[in-house]
Design a protein around this ligand. Structure first.
Ligand code: CA
Length: 503
């Protein structure tokens, strides 16, 4: 059996878990000429050399040589097309109408003074520099065992540690990206918007640099400088004293019913395979449409996975200005990659290829399915906080842990789709993991939250899984349900994107 996504497609994706054998009869009077593994492509018609190979109704490449019907269409038989040129893209030419509002969906969240809503109640300890990280992590372990049990309404204690803060050209172009990202993570809605701040004293990224205008509001008294303390024990005692005071404040917070429009959901994929674009990503796209209809914010990201589908997105931009902002982000990243003698084709991994993805064009066409069908309402640059509701493109690298770090600047729930599988998680937000194949959901029954592979085998529709994801998001945002990543306490380290020079 195979899946043909679009009627124009001249390749199908093999669905059978064990693949198909040579000589096996396939629907449409096609005979497999050779064994073809699951997720890989079968030629549904004969192709001449140079003819386009079509998937999702779009060209994913050109046949390097003549390909007979029933053949396994492998990566080396497809020549990758150039990326869509950025100079002449259609802007706002096919803006989808405002969707029918979805009324009445709510969740139980924590309202913050700055207007944001938390989905968890966490004591966050912000750090200005990597030098303090082990000390803060030591203190956080002590806080968790000695203090947290006395504050039952607080979910967790998170040391917001990272690799940035010193030994960098902090005024160079690009430095604003990690600084902006870390500032927004430190002020995260799930930490009530008010962190404790631990600084070393001599670092480049001083608290006033990290928090800028927010520091007077947070108060200098919230800053602990390790170089001001006498010895390690006093450093830890100072952090514990401040933590106890803050825990008492956090413990008084209560969840309250808020509209679903307070959700800010970050979407990304990791370890994609050929099914990602037909199962989990379209289902997440359907959930994204439901969220947008409910008034929420949904952000998709990963520049190198959008670059080859940008011509499908600029027509959906609500205004030409938004379309131009999207192009600006693509161009910035093209130039960033060119400085490293690379281009967007450096994105695909050995796992992607094993899973049947021939190149970045095929991966991108499947990836942008996460964006659903609504108008693109805003573009946020790297590490920026989003203030617009609806569908947003938030520029990030595609690297899972860097994308997740950057999306923490704004999101209160994270949805992560995967084909090859990753036990990824984040400390600050629930991460809902959706698998592209049932085999992965079964193998990793205690890591995958939702199996979208049922779509490939006809046991569920895109709409059904989309609703399931939407309901799961509301449940987990309300704290009624934990994700598997939370259950096991899986938290990847923060990896801020630093395109600037290191000294
Ligand atoms: Ca990714």
């Amino acid at each position: 059996m195979y899946i043909r996504v679009n009627e124009r497609d001249n390749v199908g994706i093999i669905v059978d878990p064990e693949g198909v054998g040579a000589g096996q009869a396939l629907p449409g009077a096609i005979t497999a000429r050779e064994a073809i593994p699951q997720g890989h492509k079968v030629a549904l018609g004969a192709m001449e050399a140079g003819e386009p190979v079509l998937r999702y109704g779009h060209t994913i490449g050109f046949a390097e040589r003549a390909i007979p019907v029933g053949a396994w269409v492998r990566e080396e038989m497809i020549r990758m097309p150039a990326a869509p040129p950025l100079d002449d893209l259609p802007l706002s030419t096919a803006v989808p109408p405002r969707p029918v509002p979805l009324e009445g969906y709510r969740f139980e969240g924590y309202r913050n003074a700055d207007g944001g809503v938390g989905t968890r109640n966490i004591l966050g300890i912000a750090t200005t520099v990597q030098c303090v990280a082990p000390t803060v992590e030591y203190a956080a372990r002590r806080i968790k065992t000695e203090l947290l049990p006395h504050f039952p309404n607080v979910d967790d204690v998170v040391a917001v540690t990272h690799s940035y803060g010193c030994g960098v050209a902090i005024d160079a172009p690009g430095a604003e990206i990690p600084i902006r990202t870390l500032k927004h993570i430190s002020l995260h809605a799930n930490a009530g918007g008010v962190p404790l701040i631990v600084s070393l004293g001599c670092e480049k990224m001083q608290p006033a640099r990290l928090f800028a205008n927010e520091l007077p509001v947070l108060g200098e008294a919230n800053v602990i400088r390790l170089q001001d303390e006498r010895g390690f024990a006093e450093m830890v005692a100072a952090i514990l004293r401040a933590a106890e005071k803050r825990l008492a404040e956090l413990d008084r917070r209560r969840r309250e019913s808020v509209p679903a429009s307070e959700l800010v959901v970050g979407l990304q994929c990791g370890g994609s395979d050929a099914f990602s674009g037909v199962t989990c990503n379209p289902a997440v796209g359907y959930a994204a449409d439901l969220l947008v209809r409910a008034g929420a914010t949904v952000a998709f990201s990963e520049v190198t996975e959008v670059r080859d589908a940008v011509h499908l997105l600029t027509p959906r931009a609500e205004t030409p200005e938004i379309g131009r902002a999207l192009i600006r982000e693509m161009r910035w990243y093209d130039e960033y990659l060119a400085r490293g003698m690379a281009d967007r084709s450096a994105n695909t991994t050995p796992g992607n290829k094993r899973g049947g993805l021939a190149n970045i064009v095929e991966k991108a066409l499947g990836s942008v399915a996460k964006s659903g069908t609504t108008a693109l309402r805003a573009v946020a640059t790297h590490g920026e906080k989003i203030s617009t509701r609806g569908l947003v493109f938030a520029a990030t690298p595609a690297s899972d842990f860097i994308c997740g770090t950057q999306q923490l600047a704004f999101m209160n729930v994270h949805v992560f789709t995967t084909g090859e599988g990753s036990p990824y998680g984040l400390a600050m937000v629930p991460v809902v993991k959706v698998s592209s194949r049932t085999a992965l959901a079964e193998k990793w029954h205690d890591l995958i939250d939702i199996d979208a592979g049922r779509i490939a085998t006809g046991r569920a529709t895109v709409e059904e899984v989309g609703w399931e994801i939407f309901q799961f998001i509301l449940e987990t945002a309300s704290g009624r349900r934990k994700t598997w990543a939370e259950h096991w306490g899986l938290a990847n380290g923060l990896a801020p994107f630093n395109p600037g020079p290191v000294t």
